[in-house]
Design a protein around this ligand. Structure first.
Ligand code: ADP
Ligand code: MG
Length: 385
């Protein structure tokens, strides 16, 4: 914001100087009145061209509060039209006060406000005085910070959610410690039972911290695309082997089918392993009661990617939840997820790994008919990253 404002001001000062020079040289040849009338016009045309090149809404106002120049972004945001009073099209008292403040001689003024319609937007505005062709103007620079505000809010929510998730098992641990030290001091049976619950709570905290660290590590590297060659079929086999104890407990099998023509992909093996682990773990945890699960590896329709899908015949997921499943800590059923050892971060991790791999996730599910999670990873190309 400040950098842009500095650039605009430098450009405007240069233009104003040019316009003034132009006025001076013209003054020698033509009557002074005509030169005075032409100078600001010539400056304003060039200023409009500069404003047009700026990504943020910017308006130049004259002493009477009329719009002297504006860019397309400003016209869209504020309805500003050259020659019209700015206050008539954009009635934001804080901004108008800042403009007046600068008109009255202030070196700069700022205003922050939100626009409720058509969608809520947060704007940060800065106003500074500029002189063009000997006349004084106010330059108002409007920066749409909606996306920044949203990210900030998400960050705050995330910290609150993560703290809450950790506090629950911690509270339970403290409670049991107190009981073992107090009322249950001489009861070895109860103590044994409590220690088992405490172990489960400690494991839950560990899973949560592991997932949080994993998420932050992936996010840090999200802009770096992995370059290695990886084999999804081998990865699926390794994950199913490792999941065998859980599959046995659930009394189901995981059947892997690798279609002909499924090619290696461009990716980091350990992260692709994490994707398969999360999807297979979810299928066993939430869809296992429906019977065996299926893992399919196959080429995408256009051949540019290899897909890995995990299908279960479980209870499925209602339509309204599907777009939100990859949000951090989003669960369809909080209690069920916790009871089955979930952290609510698995699919968020999947999404971030896919971003890094330029891949994508498709979720198909219908209540009562099971779920199918499919990831598409670009096929391996030497030097793709
Ligand atoms: N195969 C599935 N069948 C039904 N629901 C699922 C399935 N996979 C994921 N879900 C739902 O999506 C939610 C988020 O999944 P995930 O991010 O892996 O978190 P977690 O498994 O730790 O709860 C789960 O809590 C569950 O409600
Ligand atoms: Mg999960």
């Amino acid at each position: 914001m400040t950098l842009w404002l500095a650039l605009v001001l430098i450009a405007l000062v240069a233009l104003a100087a040019g316009a003034a020079g132009y006025a001076l040289s013209r003054r020698r040849a033509s009557p002074p009145a005509a030169a005075a009338a032409q100078a600001p016009q010539a400056g304003l045309a060039e200023i409009t061209a500069v404003l047009q090149a700026l990504p943020h809404a910017t308006v130049l106002l004259d002493e009477t509060g009329r719009v002297a120049a504006k860019n397309a972004a400003a016209a869209e945001l504020t309805g500003a039209a050259v020659g019209k009073p700015f206050a008539a099209s954009f009635r934001v008292p804080d901004l108008l006060a800042a403009i007046e403040h600068v008109r009255d001689g202030a070196e700069s003024a700022e205003a922050a406000f939100t626009l409720p319609v058509p969608v809520e937007r947060s704007i940060e505005a800065r106003v500074a005085p500029v002189e063009v062709g000997g006349r004084r103007y106010q330059l108002a620079f409007l920066h749409d910070i909606t996306a920044m505000v949203r990210v900030e809010r998400m960050r705050a929510d995330f910290v609150a959610n993560a703290s809450h998730e950790l506090r629950t098992p911690l509270t339970s641990l403290s409670g049991f410690i107190e009981t073992i030290l107090g009322p249950a001091r001489d009861d070895p049976d109860a103590t044994g039972r409590f220690l088992e619950i405490m172990q489960a709570q400690a494991q839950r905290m560990r899973r949560l911290i592991d997932d949080l660290l994993s998420l932050s590590r992936i996010e840090l590297n999200e802009h770096v695309r992995p370059a290695a060659k990886a084999d999804l079929a081998g990865i699926a086999r390794d994950v199913v082997d490792a999941a065998q104890p859980a599959l046995n407990r659930a009394g189901i099998k995981a059947v892997i089918d690798v279609a002909e023509g499924a090619r290696p992909v461009t990716g980091a093996r350990d992260e692709l392993l994490q994707i398969a682990q999360n999807l297979i773990d979810n299928a066993v945890k939430y869809g296992g009661e429906g019977g065996d699960i299926e893992v399919n590896i196959f080429p995408s329709a256009d051949g540019a990617a290899t897909a890995l899908s995990v299908s279960d015949k479980g209870p499925g997921i209602a339509r309204e939840h599907i777009p939100r499943l990859t949000e951090r800590f989003y669960r369809v059923d909080d209690a069920m997820s916790r009871e089955r050892g979930g952290t609510g971060l698995g699919l968020a991790i999947v999404k971030h790994i896919l971003n890094r791999h330029r891949g994508r996730l498709e979720i198909e599910s219908e209540p009562g008919r099971g779920s199918k999670f499919t990831v598409f990873i670009p096929v391996w190309q030497p030097g793709a990253a």
